[in-house]
Design a protein around this ligand. Structure first.
Ligand code: ZN
Length: 202
C-alpha cells in the first residue's frame, strides 16, 4: 500500500521537515512554509515508507541500476534500490560538472532509473540524465519524493513524485506576512526553533 498525500504530509509535519511560519528563503524571498527533506529522511522507517511509493511505481519497469545525484538523492536511491533489489550508485559534482567517482561505472546499454529527493528546477537530475546518456546507457524513468516545480519540470521520461508541494513565495515588499507584522525568521536559526516550541505550547 502506497502512502496518500495526507499521510505523507503528516509525516513531514511530525518530523518537522515541513515548518509553518514566516521564513526568509535563501533566494531572498519570503514564504509561509519551509521544507527540509533531510529532516524526514533522518528516520529510516519514514524513508522506507515514503520510498516504497517510488519503488511501487517503478517495480515493473525493466532496469538494472539506480543513479542519484549526491547528497540529497543518496539515502533515497539506496532505499529504493534495497526495496527493488537493484544496484545503486551516485554522482558527484566535480569542477562544476556531474561525474562518477569512487570507481562507479555505468556501462553502455544499461537501463537506469534516476532518483532524487526534491526537484525544484530539476537541474541536478537533468545533469545525471546527461551523464547516463554520455555513458551510452538508457534512462527508463525518474522518481523523486517531492515535486516543488509547480508542475513545470518534465524530464521527458516516465516520471513519478510521491507528492507535489506548491511553493508560494513573495517578494519582501509584497509579503502578506510582513504586512501583518509577523517576524520573519531564517530557517535553521535559533529563532525558528524557539518559535516552534511556542507553537507547540499553544
Ligand atoms: Zn515576509
Amino acid at each position: 500500500m502506497s502512502l496518500t498525500d495526507k499521510e505523507v504530509l503528516e509525516i513531514f509535519n511530525k518530523t518537522e521537515a515541513l515548518l509553518n511560519g514566516h521564513f526568509l528563503l535563501t533566494s531572498g524571498r519570503h514564504s509561509d512554509k519551509y521544507f527540509q527533506c533531510a529532516k524526514v529522511l533522518q528516520y529510516p522507517k519514514y524513508n522506507e515508507l515514503i520510498c516504497k511509493n517510488i519503488a511501487d511505481y517503478f517495480k515493473n519497469f525493466e532496469f538494472n541500476a539506480i543513479v542519484c545525484p549526491a547528497i540529497g538523492g543518496i539515502v533515497v536511491g539506496q532505499e529504493i534500490a534495497r526495496q527493488l533489489g537493484k544496484r545503486f550508485i551516485f554522482t558527484e559534482r566535480e569542477n562544476n560538472s556531474m561525474t562518477l567517482r569512487r570507481g562507479f561505472k555505468i556501462s553502455p546499454g544499461e537501463k537506469i532509473l534516476v532518483c532524487e529527493d526534491v526537484v525544484t528546477t530539476g537541474g541536478s537530475v537533468f545533469e545525471v540524465i546527461d551523464l547516463v546518456k554520455q555513458n551510452g546507457a538508457n534512462v527508463v524513468g525518474v522518481g523523486f519524493i517531492v515535486d516543488r516545480s509547480n508542475g513545470k519540470v518534465n524530464f521527458g521520461y516516465s516520471q513519478y513524485s510521491v507528492i507535489k508541494m506548491e511553493v508560494i513565495t513573495y517578494l519582501k515588499e509584497d509579503c502578506p506576512l510582513c504586512k501583518k507584522g509577523i517576524e520573519v525568521v531564517k530557517p535553521g536559526s535559533r529563532k525558528t526553533i524557539d518559535k516552534k516550541k511556542l507553537d507547540i505550547k499553544k
